[in-house]
Design a protein around this ligand. Structure first.
Ligand code: SAH
Ligand code: SF4
Ligand code: F3S
Length: 460
């Protein structure tokens, strides 16, 4: 693994200055997970660094970049649809540069399709190419030819990329990239490449900068944060990293995602228990409640091991809440397998579930499995899952009423005059308050609930 430091590209800045009469504008749209959203923030940072302004509408832009997600077919179709819709814009404005980056750009068949069928797409680069963007734009401007890079993984971590964050009080902080787990349904290891950890000193420096800039919520990101530290010179695991970060003084809290259950250690749970700055909430995707399917998914834990972990966490961290991802309709999932999933979610009592119908991804192992279950049956299962979960969540949410809690005020509520805040346990509450509180902590008394959203009033 090589660690490199991004440096300002003054040649690119000069060239862009000469190519446009007024500073050009860039529109960057990110799809997919938080990791990708954070990449999008860095892409914007790099563009601003070489002289671009940012805009909110594709029509105003001189450069349009779609930072894409490949995790499900639907995500890919949306991107192709959105790229297709730009054809007219490009005809009206021939100087417009249209680019595609992110996870889809790391698939050879996607790049091929863009090359053949989308002639107005000028620029394609993968997830490891953000630091090379200034050179790619120069190439495009100087040679007037399409710059479509073939997918490649680089065993490098680029530090010091400029960044334009979307929020002034909540920040994403990647601690590692890639994934080595190869769950059989998942495309991520193929598009994001092998797991690589940032050095603790680099993470700490970025973390300190965020705390000093007043960020209240810092979410550590990785596809499997629990395997942080593999391959580093220093002996350090994820729990050690959390302890290191918590030693930074300031008014903030820490979240993290995602935790793979097979690597979530007792030490991690003990660290959550011991550190008041770590939120008492664990996103612990189980995917399915059937051991047979879990094995076929290559998840490498059993339902029993998973439940042991939940039990340990409940005993060590009073009030801890859980959320999870579930895939419905994995190839060969039977009614019985599915009922085991329903049983499991009832046993655990998740506050939130992120539910997905299985989507076949070419190149993954599961794509080779027979999948005889009709679509209709899968959507029926999904409905039953959502109904069961709604009932569970509503009970859990109601049980919170009566407490007074600290929340981070994140945005506006649905009713006029209300704001919305997030509890330590990841639930949201809406309450009447002055917008000056946005981005601040507030004490809120929980007075009721509407479905799975708490209602409250400012306390004290
Ligand atoms: N690394 C994280 C998140 C991966 S992607 C983890 O392991 O939990 C987020 C979620 O998308 C996964 O947890 C899974 O539930 C879902 N997912 C991934 N591939 C999928 C596929 N082919 N079809 C349906 N859902 C999928
Ligand atoms: Fe995909 Fe599994 Fe890696 Fe998560 S842990 S990104 S689901 S392969
Ligand atoms: Fe999608 Fe890539 Fe994230 S495939 S879920 S954007 S890692």
């Amino acid at each position: 693994m090589e660690y490199i430091t991004f440096e300002h590209d003054s040649r690119a800045e000069q060239l862009i200055g000469q190519a446009y009469d007024t500073p050009p504008l860039a529109y960057v749209h990110s799809y997919g997970c938080q990791q990708n959203v954070n990449d999008g923030e860095r892409i914007k940072g790099v563009l601003v660094d070489i002289g671009y302004g940012l805009c909110d509408k594709p029509e105003d832009a001189d450069l349009i970049l779609f930072n894409t997600c490949a995790v499900r077919e639907h995500a890919e179709q949306r991107v192709f649809g959105n790229v297709g819709a730009l054809k007219g814009l490009k005809e009206k404005k021939p100087g417009l540069i249209i680019g595609l980056c992110g996870c889809m750009a790391n698939q050879a068949h996607v790049v091929e399709k863009l090359r053949k069928s989308y002639p107005y797409v000028d620029l394609v680069f993968g997830v490891d190419g953000i630091d090379t963007l200034p050179q790619l734009i120069c190439r495009k401007l100087e040679q007037h030819k399409r710059v479509l890079l073939d997918p490649a993984q680089r065993p490098v971590i680029v530090e010091n990329l400029p960044i334009r964050r979307e929020s002034e009080f909540r920040a994403w902080l990647p601690i590692m990239y890639g994934c080595d787990n190869f769950c059989t349904y998942c495309i991520v290891p193929y598009v994001r490449g092998r797991e690589k950890s940032r050095r603790p000193a680099d993470i700490l420096a970025e973390f300190r900068g965020l705390v000093e800039a007043g960020y209240k919520e810092i979410t550590l990101l990785g596809q499997n944060v629990n395997s942080y530290g593999k391959g580093l010179e220093e002996q350090i695991d994820f729990a050690d990293l959390l302890n290191l970060l918590c030693s930074v003084p300031g008014d903030y809290h820490i979240r993290f995602m995602t935790s793979h259950p097979k690597d979530a250690s007792r030490k991690l749970i003990d660290t959550i228990a011991a550190q008041p700055r770590i939120c008492k909430h664990l996103h612990l995707p189980v995917q399915c409640g059937s051991n047979r399917i879990l094995q076929q998914m290559n998840r490498r834990y059993t339902v029993e091991q998973y439940l042991d972990l939940i039990e340990y966490a409940r005993a060590r961290v009073p009030g801890i809440t859980f959320s999870s991802d579930i895939i419905v309709g994995f190839p060969g999932e039977t009614e019985e397998d599915f009922c085991q999933t329903l049983e499991l979610i009832q046993k655990v009592g998740y506050m939130q579930l992120f539910t997905f119908i299985y989507s076949k991804r070419e190149g993954t192992k599961a794509a080779l499995l027979p999948d005889p279950t009709p679509r209709k049956e899968k959507t029926d299962r999904m409905e039953r899952l959502l109904k069961t979960q709604d009932a569970i969540a509503m009970e859990l949410v109601k049980a919170q009423v009566g407490q007074t809690v600290r929340v981070l005020v994140e945005g506006y509520g649905r009713l006029e005059g209300t704001l919305s805040g997030r509890l330590d346990n990841n639930l949201t509450v809406e309450f009447a308050a002055d917008p000056v509180l946005l981005g601040q902590y507030a004490q809120v008394k929980l007075t009721g609930a509407r479905a799975t959203v708490l209602l409250g009033e400012l306390a004290g």
